[in-house]
Design a protein around this ligand. Structure first.
Ligand SMILES: [Zn+2]
Length: 333
């Protein structure tokens, strides 16, 4: 545990159990990717997704402290037309994974909770796989391999840590390095295409329509899930607009959620995108934080191995600490 984690964990112990009362904002926006009871090889090395039981426990904790709202209620609330009984929660998912259709939607229908899924047109219907999922699959492959076969990679010596070394290299590849993952896969005779055909990790367009017909939302997560702070300003706009334009042909798209993080994204991006597209708001995932761009709302990542109560208590403790230091707002220039 690092210093920051230690402080947060300690701070969370002094939080009251009344999360609703100590929660400093009037809205809470949790973000998930998948829910599954089985091993998902393309996710399990990059995301600590929850089981159905863990997810339902989170929903119960959130329901006790907040009032879940639909997208229209969320907009009305921010426009001052909707007066909720409690602080509100908007449930969000990212990446358009098939578990949303197969596992999450049935749970949410049973509980009467709305959610919106932010998706990348490049992956709809399993045309391609996001590069971090490719990394997860290669890590699975390396973990299963005979150590001796790995020594055939030029420049890598046989040590007992060879698997660890290779896995840490694969973990570190960025969006710009994504084509290296394809080369490693072909070296290991692993086919991402076969995986996409066999496994079908993403929702198809039909499944997206079916989810929308049940009252859930689909919105924009960029065309192919780049890391925005590594793109030129014009590329940031291009990727966002490409995603928005594709999705508006099928769905009512009024928002955008940054893939990975909005860290390092400048004010000019927001000025430009709000000029170009009719957006109600944008979403980051920096946890409980304010943003100098008022229409950019930060969400709370829920997949770190802890339950919703612990995550919220830690976020509240960290928010209060940063408030003392005047650091609970992201300032963009
Ligand atoms: Zn994503």
């Amino acid at each position: 545990m690092g210093i920051k984690e230690k402080i947060i964990s300690l701070g969370s112990k002094f939080q009251t159990d009344d999360i609703a009362k100590s929660y400093p904002l009037d809205y809470c926006i949790p973000v998930y990717h998948a829910v599954s009871d089985g091993p998902l090889p393309h996710l399990r090395n990059i995301i600590q997704y929850k089981t159905q039981k863990e997810f339902e426990k989170d929903l119960d904790i959130l329901s006790r402290n907040f009032q879940f709202v639909s997208w229209d209620e969320f907009k009305d609330f921010h426009n001052g037309y909707f007066k909720p009984k409690k602080k509100i929660a908007l449930l969000t998912f990212d990446d358009g994974l098939v578990e949303f259709h197969d596992v999450v939607v049935p749970i949410l229908e049973r509980k009467g909770i709305y959610a919106v899924n932010f998706i990348n047109p490049a992956f709809i219907g399993n045309q391609d796989l996001m590069f971090r999922c490719k990394a997860s699959l290669l890590i699975e492959r390396v973990a299963q391999m005979d150590k001796n076969t790995l020594t055939t990679i030029p420049g890598i010596e046989l040590t007992h840590d060879i698997k660890k070394l290779l896995i840490s290299k694969i973990q570190a590849f960025t969006y710009d390095d994504r084509f290296i993952l394809d080369r490693i896969a072909s070296h290991f005779k692993f086919s991402f295409t076969d995986f996409l055909i066999d496994y079908r990790p993403y929702m198809t367009l039909d499944q997206l329509h079916s989810v929308v017909s049940k009252g859930f939302g689909i919105s924009n997560h960029g065309f192919d899930h780049p890391l925005y702070n590594t793109l030129e300003p014009a590329e940031q706009i291009q990727n966002t607009v490409a995603g928005h334009e594709f999705l508006t042909k099928h769905f009512n798209v009024e928002s955008f959620a940054f893939p990975f993080t909005d860290y390092g994204v400048k004010k000019e991006f927001f000025d430009e995108i709000y000029k170009k597209e009719d957006l109600f708001c944008t979403f980051g995932s920096a946890g409980l934080k304010l943003d100098s761009v008022k229409k950019n709302l930060q969400r709370i990542p829920m997949e770190n191995g802890k339950d919703a109560a612990q995550i919220l208590k830690e976020e509240i403790a960290y928010f209060k600490l940063k408030k003392l230091l005047n650091k609970n707002t992201i300032h963009r220039k």
